[in-house]
Ligand binder design. Sequence first.
Ligand code: SF4
Length: 245
Amino acid sequence: MEQQKLETEKPVMSYSKLNTYLTCSMKYKYKYIDKIEAPKSLSLLFGTVVHNVIRAWNIGNLEPTQVKEATTAIWQEQLNKTNIENALDAIITASMDKSIELLDGYFKLDRPKPDGTELYLTREADGIVLEGYIDGIFKDGNLVDYKTSSYRWKEERAGVELQPSFYALLLDSNDLTFYFDILIKTKTPTYQLLNIHITNSDTTNTLKLVKTITQCIQNKIYYPIHSSIYCNPGFCEYYGTCYCP
Ligand code: SF4
């Protein structure tokens, strides 16, 4: 997916930026201010490949018999343009096989296809430009986001994620259902469909949070939190840059 370049002097906030800042403001600085290129993990690449195949399926460019061939081609395309850190060929091959198995099983579920896929949206709210890509939108305005995970999500997690209310804010909607369609990389693939209904109070609170974090960024407030559970080489691609024990 080609990233859009937004030309504006106003502050711009996406869900990804917001989530990164809340996870670790120093990570935000490395990624969005200093623009330090970090090697991608195989797990991140796995998610990108699965997203691209689901997109092709949703727009009707893929038959069930073509899943293996299409997934392999997308892996090759991604591997050619990505610097993968510490991945042996055998591990890459195992990941490719796992993604094919996961997608084959997923398409057999015959989930309803969204009416719009990978839509880039932007709108201004209180002087801040909100932007984001929506995985899928249905005719009734409800949204779906595809996730890959190594484990099952707890049911309550859908209710604490910020992404649904951020996307509702982006759509200027105070009444929508957001679905997390999760493909789980267990030995035998499993699948979860969780949802959360977003109302006015959710979007109001998220806009307040967006304004607060935008102010922190404008005031250049960045600091490392090495005590965080997210501060480890498996989760933070800047660990090698940042961590000085
Ligand atoms: S290594 Fe830790 S403190 Fe440094 S950017 Fe990553 S998460 Fe933040």
